[in-house]
Ligand binder design. Structure first.
Ligand code: GLN
Length: 489
């Protein structure tokens, strides 16, 4: 279903509703990508007439997304559907409204058919931290799909939906995309409304797209981006940076030279990659040169500070954001509590998982009175320095290129990486969140039958450069199809 027309041809067929529901259910039993699939939405998807252009808020042209099903990470609100965040805390919570991004996609006619699994509140890199089910990597069920948007990545790789929404606070769209062999866009901070996204680390996170091709990712991003009065940190997308294909766009050619000859800064030195990832990384750099990209080595010693700073800021914000789950207004309430103090203490203790508790403790620690200078303020200084370093770098190069993660999809359970190793491994992805810049992870190569993802980063609001570069790569080095993928024709 990589091309937009294929889904419409499929849904035009009389038995399409039933076929779709059956196949998606069966596939979900196998890989556990969705925590909830909505029967009514599935039905309305194929039986409803396409919305007429007057019904949509768009420019009157027919959106490519009209009538298209999509998956939504279960920390993004869809009216009437569960909003669990993969947590026992919100296991029975239903959202009373739509997130800003969901509204825009729905206005274009796209249909959210279900909620995908995630690490609890987005904290993790495997989707194993979910309290509400297991998700398997569709390339190899013994391996993790990555995380925290692992359900969305698995759903797209397996062909259950042509795209799914994820959220990226420190890599949660790009890393599972890399593990599952799909595209993962982490947009510029503030370019997509966070209204209706359940907060983990507000200054770092953004709603992103997982998709089977660059075209889908671009279409979805273009549809959902832009200022939302309900999110004060959202920004109007500069019209001059829009895709040259957008109606009314003033965009020039995406590449400075107009011939796709991007200057690409490639991270050099010993990056501590596993052998398979190192091999694919080197080969992909050769591929870039072969495609005519002007490759230049860059050194970024400041990356060594990205992780301590990221985890200081992310946990500090998490400890504040998760204070609202007290067994009082939302979600789980302990049945053994007899007074207010106990309600708060026991509800939190019984309903949060270990990873969430660890982070609340860490965040509370770095923010405690008298110690902010040592941790939180220092981390903010590193963040500023990182941003400046990248700004300077982007005066010399159009794009920055680096791995997404030091290893590819690793085994589930004990044989995988420890939570501490997982955190250290976030250094390539968390960098883009700290700087607020956009990044796109794409399938750059394969090793032993498993996909390996790499990423491009660009200056703020330059998503179009990312799409252009990844498209050129895919033309010559096309991604492989995941074994067992559902096809809709
Ligand atoms: N693995 C990172 C973390 O656990 C990324 C999380 C995310 O982007 N939501 O914080």
């Amino acid at each position: 279903m990589e091309d937009f027309a294929a889904w419409r041809r499929f849904r035009g067929r009389p038995e399409a509703v039933e076929t779709y529901r059956r196949l998606v259910q069966e596939k979900n039993d196998e890989i556990g990508a969705f925590i909830s699939l909505d029967a009514d939405k599935l039905k309305s998807l194929v039986s409803a007439e396409e919305k007429s252009s007057e019904e949509r808020n768009g420019d009157g042209g027919s959106s490519q997304l009209n009538g298209v099903p999509f998956g939504v990470k279960d920390n993004i609100a869809v009216e009437g559907l569960p909003l669990t965040c993969g947590s026992k805390m919100l296991e029975h919570f239903t959202s009373p409204y739509d997130a800003g991004a969901i509204r825009r996609l729905a206005d274009a006619g796209a249909v959210p058919v279900g909620k995908t699994n995630l690490d609890e509140f987005g904290m993790g890199s495997t989707t194993e931290e979910s309290a509400l089910g297991s998700t398997y990597n569709p390339w190899d069920r013994q391996r993790v799909p990555g995380g925290s948007s692992g359900g969305s990545a698995a759903a797209v790789a397996a062909g259950m939906v042509p795209f799914a929404l994820g959220t990226d606070t420190g890599g949660s769209v790009r890393q599972p995309a890399a593990f599952c062999g799909v595209y993962g866009l982490k947009p510029t901070y503030g370019s997509v409304s966070r209204f209706g996204l359940v907060a983990y680390a507000s200054s770092l996170e953004v709603i992103g797209v997982l998709a089977g091709s660059v075209d889908w990712a671009r279409e979805v991003f273009t549809t959902m981006r832009g200022r939302d009065p309900l999110d004060q940190s959202s920004a109007e997308y500069p019209p001059s940076n829009a895709s040259p294909a957008d109606p009314g766009s003033q965009a020039g050619p995406a590449a400075p030279a107009g011939n796709g000859n991007f200057r690409v800064g490639v991270l050099s030195g010993d990056l501590g990659l596993s052998e398979p990832v190192q091999r694919v990384y080197e080969k992909s750099i050769e591929n870039l040169s072969e495609l005519g990209f002007e490759v230049e080595s860059v050194d970024l010693p400041i990356l060594d500070y990205a992780i301590p700073a990221y985890y200081t800021i992310a946990t500090a914000e998490a400890s504040a954001n998760l204070a609202r789950y007290a067994g009082v207004r939302y979600g789980y309430r302990s049945s053994s509590a007899t007074d207010f103090q106990d309600t708060v203490r026991l509800s939190r203790n019984e309903a949060f998982g270990d990873e969430v508790k660890t982070r609340i403790l860490l965040g509370t620690y770095v923010l405690r009175s008298g110690f902010q200078d040592q941790y939180y303020i220092k981390a903010q200084k590193i963040r500023t320095a990182l941003k400046r370093t990248l700004d300077e770098l982007f005066e010399r190069v159009d794009l920055l290129y680096m791995p997404v993660y030091p290893v590819n999809a690793f085994p589930r359970g004990e044989e995988g990486l420890t939570p501490f190793q997982q955190k250290l491994a976030d250094k390539f992805t968390a960098t883009a969140n700290m700087a607020g810049i956009p990044a796109l992870s794409f399938p750059a190569g394969y090793d032993d039958g498993l996909p390996v993802g790499m990423q491009f980063m660009a200056p703020v609001f330059q998503e179009e450069r990312l799409f252009a570069a990844a498209s050129r790569y895919a033309e010559t080095f096309p991604p492989r199809t995941c074994p067992g993928k559902l096809e809709w024709e």
